[in-house]
Design a protein. Structure first.
Length: 82
């Protein structure tokens, strides 16, 4: 896992940051017993996923050729051979 760049893209960082803020908002409003604020935070969590997906589709995510580690297999074979 350490050999690939899984998640090191602007799309991933943006989606995770928005979702993390949503979790924090939902948690704070849950403690304060405010259901509307809680559901707003949950909405932010889903918004983070949508934004990350949209940014990935717009070209700011992992390229399709690297998405499944196809280049990683060649690197491992060369390292094991040498």
């Amino acid at each position: 896992m350490a050999g690939n760049n899984h998640g090191h893209t602007p799309a991933a960082w943006t989606g995770v940051t928005i979702s993390f803020i949503g979790f924090c908002v939902a948690g704070a409003f849950m403690v304060m017993a405010q259901p509307v604020g809680f559901w707003a935070g949950i909405g932010l969590v889903f918004l983070g996923g949508i934004v990350g997906w949209a940014m990935s589709k717009a070209g700011m995510g992992m390229p399709k050729s690297d998405a499944h580690g196809k280049g990683q297999d060649r690197t491992r074979s060369a390292a094991q051979a040498g």
